[in-house]
Structures are given as C-alpha cells and as structure tokens.
Write a protein that binds this ligand. Structure first.
Ligand code: NAP
Length: 453
C-alpha cells in the first residue's frame, strides 16, 4: 500500500477539535494530515471566548494546542463556515474523514413568559460579550439597576455572577474587553441573585468555583441558613458525593455563618426556586419565582413547584441553564439532546463522519474531559482507516482550491499568530495578557485572510 497520509478535516477548533487533531497527528499507522476548520478567524473556541477572563490559568491549556498546531501535517482554516462556506458533502468529497467538534452553539431556553424581554439574556451572550467574541459586541447590557438575576446553578452561572462582581482592580490584569470591564466597573448592580431550582446538594457548580465567591475583593456571598436544611434524600446524596456535593455544602454552610462584611456587592445564592415569568412593560423589571420542593422521580431528585410565589425586582436577567448543540446542514442531528447521534464518536447514518466533544456527548464536563472523548473517537476513526473503510474516498482536490473557487477568504495559522502577537503586544504595556481584537474586519485584516495555493 502507498504511504499517502490519511486526510482528515476537523471542524471546530475548540478543545475537542485540538485534542482530536493532536491524537490524529500522533498516528503513524496510518500517518494523518489534519485541516482544522473554524468559522471564526481565531482558534481555541471556548478557551478564548468562554473561559472567564480572570481564569488565566485555565486558558493556559492553549499552550498545548499551540504544540499541536506546530506538528507536521497540521493546517488551520479560519473564517470558514461549514454550511455556508463549504458543505458537509464537499468536505466528505475532499477528505477521507470528517470530525465535527463544533460544541454546543446555543443556549437552552426556560420556556417562560417574558424570556425575550429586553434585559433578559442568555448567559452565553454575556460571556461572549465580555470575552470579545466578534458576533456579540453589539449587545447592550444595562447594568444600572441595583439587582441582577442569574438563573441556574452551574459553573457558567457562577462565572456570570462573579464577573458582575469583580472590582476594576480585579478586572485590570485580565483580557476582559475594555467595554465590558468599563461597564462592570461603572455598574450600579449591588446584588446578584443566583437562582437554583433544586437544593444546595444538587447544585451543578464545583467547589473551587464556589470557593472563589468567598474570596472576592468587592463582593460577598450570602446564603440563607434556612436553605441548608436538608431532606432525607439530599442528606443521602451528600454522603454519596464527598468530592462535589459535600465540599460545596461545607462552603455554603461557611457562607451562611459569615457576618456581613459590608462589601459593596453581594452574591445571593438562593435554592429551591424557579423563575415562572420575567416581568416588565418594555424591558425586564422583575422575575417572578416559585418555591420548589424536592421529590424523587425515576431515580432522580427533581424540583416540584409548591405554588408559593415571590417577585424579585431586577434590571437584568442572565439565563444560565445550559448550552445546546445546533444542527449542521447535511449531518444527522438529534434535536432533543442537541447532539449528533453517534456510537463512541462514529456518526450513525453518515459514512466517514465522526464527532467529539459537546456535539457528541452534550455540554458537560471540563476542558480536559474532551481529551479522553476525542481519543475515543480518533481510535475508532483510525481503526476504520486500517480496516479499509475510509479507503479511496477522497479525491485529490484541496480545500484551498475549493475555497479559492468559491471566493472564501480564509485565515491561516500564521495569520492567527499575527493576531495573537498583536493582541499580546497591545496588552503588555497595560499589564494584561492581551487586548483582544473584537471586530471581524480587524481580525480578518490582521490575520491576512487570503487565498493561497
Ligand atoms: P450545567 O453545569 O449543566 O448547569 C446548568 C444549570 O442549569 C444546572 O444547575 C441546572 O439545574 C440548571 N437548569 C437547567 N434547566 C433549568 C431550568 N429550566 N430552570 C432553572 N434551572 C435550570 O451547565 P453550565 O453551567 O452551562 O456549564 C456547562 C459545562 O461547562 C459544565 O460541565 C461546567 O462544569 C463547565 N464549566 C466549567 C467551568 C470551570 O471549570 N470553571 C466554567 C464554566 C463551565 P438542574 O441540575 O436542576 O438540572
């Protein structure tokens, strides 16, 4: 057999995409070439545009991605969107295999009245805005009202609550956009209320993130001790999950016992409450919530509304109840779970097509979870290649030729490196890791989008 390398397109350059690319490029039986495609001119997905700016140590995982990008056989194609710039069918013709690692591009909805009132946002919009995502810089977050409500009890909800509570000094050494840092510094928000629909034991956030809420310079966590009285089922859960639930609970107990410190902002963690409506004439004025009780249902503890309601005045609502995958034209999709149906990463019903990351398993886990997930997929892909299932599928046309034909201007990895260097240089005199370019035109100009052969 010839020693033609296997040609694989990986679509989506977040952690799952880079971990998949890395595992593929490490293979020598068969050797593999990877074209990593992203609709944005910049790589790294949520590591660049999701991870909170004050979590610089988490963003450091991008150094591992840089090493992957330096491997022979790697190419980056930024500003190329599958669906509009190229179709799945075209990729399937150009490559021996296609791996989708596109993440979960939208938010889960609450399905309650008032959800779309001005002032009610998906947390994902707020996160994308403060992180400089070029599609979200036009959002206007009115932070003049005294109270903000964050719906949900996951780590994204904590990120949003914490970002709203950071002081100018805490924001200064981060890569938060100027506009967001300025808006947060000037914000009139004094109280950030997080709403958990279940109890403290069932909260999805993790102890290190909860602990940070107790260590902020300008804000203090507030917990009502009454919320920490547990039912028998929650007691049992607490004993079963010593890593997360137990540790979370201890922190919450500590917060509940703290005397008020008089810091300018408060983060109020409420439990067993669900929003039933977002109220307001022309914009958000309040959230109506209902008190829940916990009941066992199908082996799970779920929240059931009691009928007891309350109105919480607020000027802004951030809905942080999870991400959701979006269908790709021409690729199978399960709308209910928001994932591409697959077995271990092999897409059911589409030949030579694979998935890894959130579009494969749903929006859960930490960055590192995607390494194992991508490795599983790549193992199957390589096994398929070795058994001849991917043979002879690709033609010799190159993506560059197709993009040129279509007039699609793509950003290469070298172009991203120019963007990266420019951003770092802009951050340096300010003592910040970088000042992000947040406009499409600037990104494309700096990244030297081009048509090459
Ligand atoms: P998540 O961890 O799944 O949390 C979603 C939260 O929304 C849960 O508390 C859930 O409550 C709640 N929820 C769902 N539907 C609701 C509804 N209709 N009404 C009220 N609450 C509702 O999701 P995420 O916070 O978006 O995070 C996504 C993933 O990224 C997670 O794995 C997370 O750990 C990870 N992440 C990690 C970090 C970090 O490590 N620092 C930072 C950000 C994100 P139930 O439990 O009752 O369903």
């Amino acid at each position: 057999m010839g020693h033609q390398p296997l040609r694989v397109a990986v679509v989506g350059s977040g952690p799952a995409g880079f971990y998949a690319a890395d595992a593929l490029l490490k293979s020598d039986d068969p050797p593999v070439e990877v074209d990593l495609i992203d609709r944005l001119p910049t790589p790294w997905g949520l590591v660049r545009l999701g991870v909170a700016p004050d979590h610089e140590n988490i963003k450091a995982v991008s150094r591992a991605f840089e090493k992957t990008a330096a491997r022979p056989g790697f190419r980056f194609f930024g500003n190329v969107e599958v669906g509009s710039s190229v179709s799945h069918a075209e990729l399937a013709e150009l490559y021996d295999a296609v791996v989708y690692t596109v993440g979960a591009q939208t938010d889960r909805r609450l399905g309650i009245p008032g959800e779309d009132l001005p002032g009610s946002f998906a947390a994902t919009e707020f996160v994308a805005w403060y992180n400089g995502h070029p599609d979200f810089q036009d959002r206007e977050f009115d932070l003049s009202h005294e109270r903000a409500v964050v719906v949900g009890n996951g780590n994204v909800a904590i990120d949003c609550a914490r970002m709203l509570a950071l002081t100018p000094e805490e924001l200064a050494p981060t890569d938060t956009t100027h506009e967001a840092a300025d808006a947060i510094a000037r914000a009139g928000v004094r109280e950030i209320v997080m709403l958990g629909r279940r109890g403290p034991v069932q909260a999805a956030f993790t102890p290190p993130e909860l602990k940070e809420l107790g260590e902020l310079a300008g804000a203090e966590p507030v917990v009502d001790p009454a919320d920490l009285r547990l039912d028998a089922a929650s007691e049992a859960e607490l004993d079963a999950d010593r890593e997360r639930a137990r540790r979370n609970f201890e922190l919450l107990e500590e917060y509940a016992g703290r005397a008020p410190e008089g810091k300018p902002r408060r983060i109020v963690l409420r439990f067993l409450v669900s929003p039933v409506a977002i109220l307001g004439e022309d914009r958000v004025e309040a959230v109506e919530i209902v008190r829940n009780e916990l009941v066992a249902e199908g082996g799970r503890i779920v929240a059931r509304p009691t009928g007891e309601t309350e109105v919480v005045p607020a000027g802004i609502v951030l809905r942080s109840v999870g991400y959701k995958g979006v269908a790709l034209p021409g690729v199978p999709f399960d709308a209910r779970s928001g994932t591409i149906p697959n077995e271990g990463g092999r897409v059911a019903g589409a030949e030579r097509t694979y998935v890894a990351g959130w579009i494969k398993r749903g929006p859960s886990g930490v960055i590192g979870t995607n390494k194992k997930d991508a490795a599983e997929t790549v193992e199957l892909l390589l096994a398929d290649a070795r058994s001849g299932k991917l043979a002879g599928a690709s033609n010799s046309l190159l993506l560059t030729d197709l993009l040129e034909e279509k007039g699609v201007h793509f950003v290469e990895y070298a172009g991203w490196q120019v963007i990266d260097a420019a951003e770092r240089a802009a951050g340096e005199p300010l003592g910040r890791p970088r000042v992000k370019l947040t406009e499409w035109t600037k990104l494309l100009e700096t990244g030297g989008r081009r048509i090459t052969r």
